[in-house]
Design a protein around this ligand. Structure first.
Ligand SMILES: Nc1ncnc2c1ncn2[C@@H]1O[C@H](COP(=O)(O)OP(=O)(O)OP(=O)(O)O)[C@@H](O)[C@H]1O
Length: 372
């Protein structure tokens, strides 16, 4: 079994605390992706799991055994780095076989494993080349192949695609997804890329300043962020936020005063004690639709237009100076300087208290929910 359990994992460098007690369960065969802003501790946590960094506190268990003091090679883990870390003077075959040779693996078994991995990764015809004779994507496949031949219990990937150009990223991302389907191995993957996280993960771990902010399926994080931080981090372009004042709470609805003075009644359960408080309202760009009425109307002047082909992003300055992003259809003809109006359903909104914690949305409509 290759399940992992992290129990109150802490890491300090001298007096600097970097990880503040991480709890996490990873099931056998699960694809888990770590995301979070630069410096939040993603790579440190991955390196701790790999055994490349000492643990300052807490326990790390793999397959039920505490492995805190085990060396990297005794943990049954293989790591694939952003930099590939291939030996330049060795052929693809030798690069892939190197770890097995060191482990004194029988020659026939070694050959079989290298050729099987090469076949999975379509490297069969490149086995005699050196890394300098390969493209970036091919080099990354060799790095993955080197991990596969070791038949690890767990694969760790540290931003494996970030050195590739856009087209190769997509192609290699799809290969990694297929690899996971085929090998059914446990994978832990660090990335900055929203699309990689959303498309590859069974479970995303959002980290913030050395702590876990929320763990959930991509759709759960997207539709039901527990905090303002997660709401702002997941989704691209980011969710729009504006400050509103709670003016009334009636069990399953809350009334808020919008920046321009208009009021909106929204399906949230808010404690009566919070009436009078200033809180934050969030709405995703794709939920603001041009030229229609709705619970949450906005009007403003278009400052920037970004045409992506399938959709167009409009960056709009509202009368009160707030800025919102809207997603319009790809064929939209809206121009810079034009005044536009748009609206969203109240059911699409998110509401966060003064500590950034999400209020509970009542009877969340299916189109804004992660329920299948
Ligand atoms: N060897 C070290 N000594 C001191 N501080 C360190 C060391 N390694 C990392 N840190 C600090 O630990 C924090 C977490 O770093 P880490 O590399 O894990 O972040 P990250 O989330 O992977 O960031 P990025 O997305 O930029 O790669 C950072 O503040 C970093 O400066």
């Amino acid at each position: 079994m290759a399940d992992l359990k992290l129990d109150q994992i802490r890491k300090s460098y001298g007096a600097v605390d970097v990880l503040h007690g991480i709890d996490l369960d990873v099931k056998d065969g699960e694809f888990v992706v770590f995301v979070g802003p630069s410096g939040c501790g993603k790579s440190t946590l991955l390196r701790i799991i790999a055994g490349l960094e000492d643990i300052s506190g807490g326990d790390l268990m793999i397959g039920g055994d505490v492995v805190n003091n085990k060396t990297p090679k005794d943990r049954g883990i293989a790591m694939v780095f952003q930099s590939y870390a291939l030996y330049p003077h060795m052929t693809v075959y030798k690069n892939m076989a190197f770890g097995l040779k060191l482990a004194k693996t029988d020659k026939a078994a070694l050959d079989e494993r290298v050729r099987a991995a090469a076949s999975i990764l379509q490297l069969d015809k490149l086995l005699d080349r050196r890394p300098s004779e390969l493209s970036g994507g091919q080099r990354q496949r060799v790095a993955i192949g080197r991990a596969i031949v070791r038949q690890p219990k767990v694969f760790l990937f540290d931003e494996p695609l970030s050195n590739l150009d856009a087209a190769l990223r997509v192609q290699t991302r799809i290969e990694i997804a297929k690899l996971h389907q085929k090998l059914k191995s446990t994978i832990i993957y660090v990335t900055h890329d929203q699309i990689e996280a959303m498309t590859l993960a069974d479970k995303i771990v959002v980290m913030n300043a050395g702590q876990v902010e929320q763990v959930g399926s991509p759709m759960t994080l997207y539709h039901h962020p527990k905090t303002r931080f997660v709401a702002g981090f997941i989704g691209s372009p980011s969710m729009n936020f504006t400050r509103v004042k709670i003016t009334a709470s009636a069990g399953e609805t809350v009334t808020v005063a919008m920046p321009g003075g208009a009021t909106a009644t929204l399906p949230f359960s808010v404690p009566v004690g919070d009436v009078g408080k200033e809180v934050e309202l969030g709405i995703r760009p794709e939920h603001l639709e041009l030229d229609r009425a709705g619970d949450l109307p906005v009007n403003g002047e278009v400052e920037v237009v970004e045409k992506l082909g399938d959709s167009t992003y409009l960056y709009v300055r509202l009368e009160n100076g707030d800025r919102v992003t809207l997603r319009a259809p790809g064929h939209s003809r809206v121009k810079i300087g034009e005044v536009v109006s748009a609206a969203a359903d109240g059911g699409a909104a998110h509401l966060f208290d003064e500590n950034g914690k999400a209020y509970h949305k009542v009877n969340c409509p299916a189109e804004y929910s992660a329920e299948e």
